[in-house]
Design a protein around this ligand. Structure first.
Ligand code: GLN
Length: 608
């Protein structure tokens, strides 16, 4: 096993995650099998109890692990399936060491950070690196490890110490350290400044780690003399210094690395000559270019609670983007804070209310994503009602499905008190109820989590067709509440179709309105399994329906392997229109805003 460690210096939010994933993509393109580990030096056991508003979305894995959103980047970029153990946290490491101490495993020894915590970290890495994640048997060739935080943080010290010991243990030729740093330009002088990078490399060396490769974030490519200066002060050869300058979309990053021959440096350091082949990134190149050239907009209204931070819905945005690229449309996401749609806002801030409704009505499609708690629920109900009554394409995910069910009960079935017991514990008409296996006292890992099977009961429904006319599908879950099974017959009588259910037939997974162009709600989160080039079926359906392409999509012959049907545009090479920079809004992930995760926000429209 070869290891690539990616660390970050100077400031946080440099896009270490995307850099590390892109290194993985490049190595995979060289014919190597790649796995990855993310280290988060916080004390939480996992990301499950962390607010998406502070930390971005909680990503859910097949095994039910609630992990950092960077694992989503790895899964998407490398098309792999990770396990909960691929996300190491300080909390997990200490818990494991303390459990061992209680069992008496340390035989009377004083349990200390060095060697016990550092030893535990190394064992964990070695064990998890061996787990196959790409569907093939046997371990991968390379494990990319990303250390969260910035060099110098108190929290990451035990990890740095452990990784220093680890690099020594696995020996040269098996370990490569890539340090991601910042080279800013001060406006007054216009000169690329190397000092912050010099300092952070000095910090790293002081802690016993020497970088083999420097990946420098900057607005423009690094000047040759700047590279030479960095090389001299940081003791990294010039060919091993790569620039990650501003690009129009993140799919360019692996291409940028390849262009600067980062693979040659990696392969040399990891002594993989003879094993690795010349990388091919044709698909990536094509996708990155298509994404830059798309002009025809499709406007999706995202009606959510955490609209101030697009990272809170990162996978949903990525899934929308994958689908939009497949449908050859330029994705424009209009964020609508759901409370803005409510009557109280109309009274208190009429302008805000008017603007929110203006955006909703201008949208080609409406998406209500997952969420917790009752704030903004009424606004989401109004959005679902608007979509249902005006035949606007609607996709409701998890809470978004529950919202659609509540709205249907209130408006169509005339049950004004219909509600979820999450928001109204004593409601007379509980159409969404707490699941028996949930916990009301403990928050961590107590939901229905991870991959579960949904069986399609109605073979002719749009959802089953979109998935490729399948009988069942596995998707990831994260919820505590569900549709009240006792009310299902009433709902069905009133015209709401429950087209997908779990293996017991008691748990509702997919709803559809048969006489609506596209109105689908799912109890699961299809966004977590969407990949560039393999868009999630229901997102593809939403974008196709929102851009007048649903019938074409549904008419195309289905693949038998549960892959979503393909639009003509997804087959074969696409002729790109000439670049018209003037008309094109810069796509996101601008290095300029210092964050590969974030999407450039332009008024209310987010162009992902
Ligand atoms: N709060 C709802 C539940 O627990 C929905 C959860 C979600 O949207 N992920 O069931």
């Amino acid at each position: 096993m070869k290891y690539v460690l990616v660390t970050g210096g100077v400031v946080s939010g440099l896009g270490k995650g995307v850099t590390a994933s892109s290194i993985g993509v490049l190595l995979k393109a060289c014919g190597l099998r790649v796995t990855s580990i993310k280290i988060d030096p916080y004390l939480n056991t996992d990301a499950g109890t962390m607010s998406p508003f502070e930390h971005g979305e909680v990503f859910v894995l097949d095994d039910g692990g609630e992990v950092d959103l960077d694992l989503g980047n790895y899964e998407r970029f490398l098309d792999i399936k990770l396990t909960r153990d691929n996300n190491i946290t300080t909390g997990k490491i200490y818990q494991s060491v303390i459990d061992k101490e209680r069992r008496g495993d340390y035989l009377g020894k004083t349990v200390q950070v060095v060697p016990h915590i550092t030893g535990e970290i190394q064992e964990w890495i070695e064990r998890v690196a061996m787990i196959p994640v790409d569907g093939n048997e046997g371990p991968a060739d390379v494990c990319v490890i990303e250390l969260g935080g910035t060099i110098g943080d108190i929290e990451s010290m035990p990890f740095i110490e452990a990784l220093g010991q680890f690099s020594y243990r696995v020996g040269p030729g098996n370990f490569c350290l890539v340090h991601v740093s910042l080279v800013p330009v001060l406006n007054v002088v216009g000169e690329q400044k190397t000092k912050p990078t010099q300092h952070s490399v000095r910090g790293l060396r002081g802690l016993g780690l020497t970088p083999n490769i420097l990946a420098c974030r900057s607005a423009k490519p690094l000047e040759e003399n700047v590279k030479e200066k960095l090389s001299q002060f940081c003791h990294v050869p010039v060919p091993n210094i790569v620039t990650l300058h501003d690009v129009t979309n993140i799919w360019h990053i692996p291409l940028l690395l390849k262009k600067q021959k980062a693979h040659e440096a990696l392969i040399k350091i990891l002594q993989l000559q003879g094993v690795a082949k010349e990388p091919r990134l044709d698909e990536w190149t094509r996708r990155a270019e298509i994404c830059d050239t798309l002009q025809d907009p499709v406007r999706i209204a995202m009606v959510g609670k955490y609209t101030g931070l697009s990272d809170a819905y990162l996978s949903v945005l990525k899934a929308l983007l994958h689908a939009a690229v497949a449908c050859q449309r330029k994705l424009v996401v209009d964020w609508i804070a759901s409370p803005d749609l409510e009557e109280t806002t109309e009274k208190e801030a009429p302008e805000v209310h008017k603007k929110a409704w203006g955006l909703l009505k201008a949208a080609n499609g409406i998406l209500v994503p997952g969420g917790f708690g009752d704030r903004g629920v009424q606004g989401k109900i109004l959005a679902a009602k608007y979509a249902r009554e005006n035949k606007v394409p609607y996709l409701g995910i998890c809470l978004g499905m529950q919202i659609a069910v509540i709205e249907f009960a209130r408006s169509v079935m005339k049950l004004p008190y219909a509600n979820s017991t999450e928001f109204a514990p004593d409601t007379k008409t509980p159409c969404i109820i707490f699941m028996p296996e949930g916990s009301k006292t403990h928050m961590g890992a107590t939901m229905r989590l991870g991959s579960r099977t949904t069986y399609f009961e109605v073979p002719n429904c749009k959802a089953a067709k979109l998935y490729g006319n399948v009988n069942f599908v596995d998707e990831r879950h994260r919820h505590r509440y569900e549709v009240n099974p006792d009310m299902v017959p009433e709902f069905e009588k009133a015209g709401l179709a429950f087209v997908g259910k779990d293996e017991t037939g008691k748990r509702m997974e997919v709803i559809e309105l048969p006489d609506h162009p596209y109105f689908i709600g799912v109890q699961f989160h299809p966004e977590f399994k969407s990949r560039p080039g393999k868009p999630s079926a229901l997102f593809l359906g939403l974008i196709a329906a929102s851009s007048g392409q649903l019938n074409t999509l549904l008419r195309t012959p289905f693949a038998s392997d549960a892959a979503p049907p393909r639009l003509p545009s997804m087959n074969g090479p696409v002729t790109l229109k000439p670049h018209q920079n003037g008309n094109l809004k810069k796509l996101t992930n601008g290095l300029a805003n210092g964050n590969y995760h974030a999407n450039s926000i332009n008024g209310n429209g987010v162009h992902v």
